[in-house]
Design a protein around this ligand. Structure first.
Ligand SMILES: Nc1ncnc2c1ncn2[C@@H]1O[C@H](COP(=O)(O)OP(=O)(O)O)[C@@H](O)[C@H]1O
Ligand SMILES: [Mg+2]
Length: 378
């Protein structure tokens, strides 16, 4: 897990140094104090970018040239301690260092510190476009199936090439059929990886939802592969070839896959209350994190922004308990300390950090009135 975190010039966090982090780290404070920016910093360490939309200009503190996030990771089971540093220049230039070595690919970083994010944007999993759900599916498969990433790159290359040929208008059939064959093989493989993952995910999701919200009946998770389920991908491509060449793109395939949540057959997005939707999203992310934790020694880190909003106390507690059961490291935010403080099972002593105007102050868990001196904060 992440044991230390230092942040320089990221949004309103001009200089923050947290030299001791725990399994559960609660950041509380008023609106605009910098809580989400702290989660963003951890996200930078795991993914080299923010989870919020925007350019480096919006991420780097106004008037500064670059933002830097530095962390130390320690994994008991893997027996390693390493430093990670990610620096983003205003120009967009990115520098990533893991254990002092410059990394060329973000994929290496991603494997080092696997993350799960639960924030307002996570509602997209239910209410957004299928792209958000495919991304969720891919993220899960990526961490359990090493061959997925290169297959995914191959698949995307094939779709791009095939679409390019389709758009040329005057078709060169022999060339098209070469790419179609390649695409059929790759797309079928992507589907097999996703299907295998889904078969592990669905029962986990069901079990977690039964704990989180036993009253929510008839919940079902379905995977659609992106073409007629009775056909092999090659046959589906053959039957859509006329439409494909008329419109200049490939209509069917894993690029159209989806993951749907229904309640007694109705769309969850259109049926559930906002709070229930949040629980379902939590269920999906917890199920994914559980699989991640089992498939690699490192487990994963949860970044949970404003958990208490939309959830009643009981459900908030259930989510905290489920997070604890995963033994994941948790970075979690709320406005009032009391919204999250008492939510954890016995034996879990969350570290409490008060955030105000970009300063972060650790508060002793045993004495809520005592605030420790700022640790390296300006
Ligand atoms: N590039 C930037 N430079 C300086 N301050 C910024 C920048 N981007 C955002 N801010 C400010 O940073 C503060 C922290 O935002 P945020 O982390 O979202 O707060 P919280 O999650 O605590 O409500 C906000 O007051 C925002 O106005
Ligand atoms: Mg926030």
């Amino acid at each position: 897990m992440l044991t230390q975190l230092q942040i320089h010039h990221l949004r309103n966090l001009s200089q923050v140094a947290l030299r001791e982090l725990g399994q559960v780290n609660i950041f509380y404070g008023p609106n605009g104090s910098g809580k989400t920016s702290i989660l963003e910093s951890v996200h930078m360490l795991g993914m080299s970018r923010s989870f919020r939309a925007g350019t480096p200009r919006t991420l780097v503190t106004h008037g500064e040239q670059r933002c830097t996030v530095y962390g130390v990771t320690e994994f008991a089971t893997a027996g390693q301690r390493a430093s990670v540093a990610v620096q983003r220049e205003l120009s967009g230039e990115l520098q990533i260092k893991l254990a002092g070595e410059k990394l060329r690919s973000v994929a290496e970083l991603v494997a080092h510190l696997p993350l799960q994010v639960l924030n307002a944007a996570s509602f997209d999993l239910l209410t957004g476009s299928p792209a958000a759900r495919r991304q969720f599916l891919n993220w899960g498969v990526f961490h359990v199936e090493q061959r997925f990433f290169s297959e995914w790159q191959r698949f995307q290359r094939c779709v791009k090439q095939r679409n390019k040929l389709l758009r040329r208008g005057k078709l060169e059939y022999s060339e098209l059929s070469v790419w179609t064959r390649e695409l059929a093989a790759s797309g079928e493989q992507i589907h097999r990886y996703r299907q295998a993952y889904f078969e592990v995910l669905a029962p986990r999701f069901r079990a977690i939802m039964a704990e989180l919200s036993p009253g929510l009946n008839g919940l079902e998770l379905r995977y659609r592969k992106g073409w007629d389920k009775s056909l092999a991908y090659g046959d589906a491509l053959a039957s859509s070839e006329v439409a494909d060449s008329e419109q200049g793109y490939t209509h069917v395939g894993p690029q159209r896959a989806d993951l749907r949540v229904t309640v007694s057959g109705y769309s969850a997005a259109e049926t559930l209350s906002r709070g229930q939707q949040k629980l379902v999203v939590c269920g999906l992310k917890l199920a994914q994190g559980q699989i991640m934790a089992e498939s690699q020694p490192r487990g994963c880190v949860y970044l949970v922004d404003d958990l208490p909003s939309e959830l009643d106390v009981q459900h908030c507690r259930q989510v905290c308990e489920a997070l604890t059961a995963l033994q994941a490291q948790v970075f979690i935010t709320c406005v009032d300390a009391k919204d999250l403080e008492g939510m954890w099972p016995e034996g879990v002593n969350p570290m409490m950090f008060h955030v105000e105007h970009g300063r972060v102050v650790e508060r002793s868990a045993t004495d809520p009135t005592q605030e420790q001196p700022p640790s390296g904060c300006t």
